[in-house]
Design a protein around this ligand. Structure first.
Ligand code: NGQ
Ligand code: ZN
Length: 454
């Protein structure tokens, strides 16, 4: 059992002062406001629910900064993807583990308590399965154990190279499974998952409409009837056109017409939607998995924010390619993309009010839903996914409580984060992950090996 004392905390009912919060078995078991700290309490300034990161491909972190060099001709999402495939193709299990550990340290230090790892590199270079089918899932689990982040593991079904059941291309062989092979892989991963803490979750991720097919998707949904279901959708105009040529409807339109999309679903990106698709998606109670930094980096486009939030659509944020891991910058980029497109301010909110508070609290709840985690709010019985920030920082010190989340989202640096707990595991203290140096050293060594080999 541990007790945290916060000068102020954002509870479900709103702000409270002098809050003593008791944590047992990873969950919040008691909250008392207007109560002074007792000896032995961990004392912090301002306590908030910590966000879940709803979309990550951990290994892509290691190529941050390597794809920003303009080649002859026009670079695009698709040329980036070719470079990513090439980079991915030499990664060893040990390198994947070292990279994931570094990524998870950075996520925790940024204020994420948990991550949905959208895991699609399954096989050896060339496509031969490892002796343990779930070898690379096991490497993710090892990184999770070493860093204390909460995991929703999402093994990915990736069967085809593109829309219309085309064969996997050269760079995609490490991803490939049919539905039966995929089920065996999930089974193998489940054994390893059971050794992780009780807040760990398993979900399923058909990669995208283009990497699967209608009959396979139906079979997948028949086999896995509960738990999170994540899929990339409508990220690029070319993908929208390819799916329309193949299935006769736009990706989001097709999915909503053919599959029971509900609150277990998280649709990643959902960038290119008509107003009708946007409203229809909002009605399903699924979460839109927005990854604004990556979407900007890859040239995807801005999300249809105004229509979606007006229809009470749920959303959360993900760091996707992990080119930059930052909660505050992710939320900032989401709102700024809307402002740049619309020539307006304070867009991503349905009514009047604090945009920062709306973005932060909506993303906390949407992220928790997408990860299948009973978290996202500070309340009795919820997982203790918590982040403490220092409101004495110059970027925040002049703000009233009502302005604080606006300051956090629009002005602050990640360095205002002092402490992070994931299901009660106190992994960040004084702004540093408790294993930061050892994990970074292992990462540097892994990168030296990687650069030698490729
Ligand atoms: C991914 N990236 O899963 O990492 C994809 C590219 C693919 C984004 N969708 C891989 N941003 O499409 O095969
Ligand atoms: Zn992705």
């Amino acid at each position: 059992m541990a007790v945290i004392h916060a000068r102020q905390a954002l509870l479900v009912e709103g702000w409270a002062e002098d809050v003593r919060l008791t944590v047992a078995d990873g969950a919040i078991v008691e909250i008392r406001a207007n109560t002074p700290a007792a000896p032995g309490d961990v004392t912090v300034d301002t306590l908030l629910p910590a966000l879940g990161n709803l979309h990550s491909h951990a290994f892509q972190r290691a190529m941050a900064g390597m794809t920003e060099y303009r080649q002859a001709g026009r670079d695009s999402f698709w040329t980036w993807r070719t470079l990513m495939y090439r980079f991915m193709d030499t990664l060893t299990p040990a390198q994947i583990e070292a990279i994931a550990a570094q990524v998870y340290v950075e996520m925790l230090e940024a204020g994420y308590a948990s991550v949905a790892e959208f895991h699609y590199v399954h096989h050896q270079p060339g496509g031969q399965p490892y002796d343990d089918l779930a070898e690379l899932s096991a490497r993710i689990f090892a990184a999770v154990e070493g860093t204390g982040i909460g995991l929703t593991h999402l093994p990915v079904l990736y069967t085809y190279g593109g829309a219309g059941r085309s064969a996997l291309k050269e760079g995609q062989r490490r991803f490939g499974n049919d539905v039966d092979g995929f089920s065996r892989l999930v089974e193998a991963a489940e054994a390893g998952l059971r050794a992780l803490p009780g807040d760990t979750r398993l979900g399923i991720a058909p990669h995208s409409l283009r990497a699967t097919a209608p009959e396979d998707l139906a079979e997948l949904l028949a086999r896995y009837t509960s738990g999170p279901m994540h899929m990339h959708i409508a990220e690029q105009p070319q993908e929208v056109a390819d799916v329309r040529d193949w299935l006769g409807a736009r990706p989001v339109e097709w999915l909503l017409d053919n599959v029971q999309v509900d609150a277990r679903w998280c649709l990643i990106h959902a960038t290119h939607m008509t107003p009708e698709e946007t409203r229809a998606l909002a009605m399903t109670k699924a979460v839109a998995g927005l990854c604004p930094i990556t979407e900007a980096n890859l040239g995807d486009g801005p999300f249809s924010g105004p229509d979606y939030v007006a229809a009470a659509g749920r959303f959360g944020i993900g760091s996707d390619s992990n080119v930059k891991i930052s909660v505050v910058e992710e939320l900032r980029a989401l709102e700024y993309a809307q402002r740049l497109r619309d020539g307006a301010r304070n867009v991503m909110i349905p009514d009047q009010g604090s945009v920062g508070a709306f973005l932060y609290t909506a993303a906390a709840q949407g992220g928790a839903q997408a990860l299948g985690r009973d978290a996202g709010q500070i309340a009795d019985g919820k997982l203790a996914d918590l982040v403490a920030i220092d409101t004495n920082a110059p970027t925040l010190c002049a703000l009233s409580r009502e302005q604080l989340l606006d300051g956090l989202v629009f002005a602050a640096k990640d360095t205002v984060v002092t402490d992070v707990w994931s299901a009660g595991r106190h992994m960040v203290r004084g702004g540093r992950h408790i294993n930061r140096d050892a994990v970074a050293e292992r990462y540097r060594n892994a990168m030296k090996g990687l650069l030698r080999d490729c």
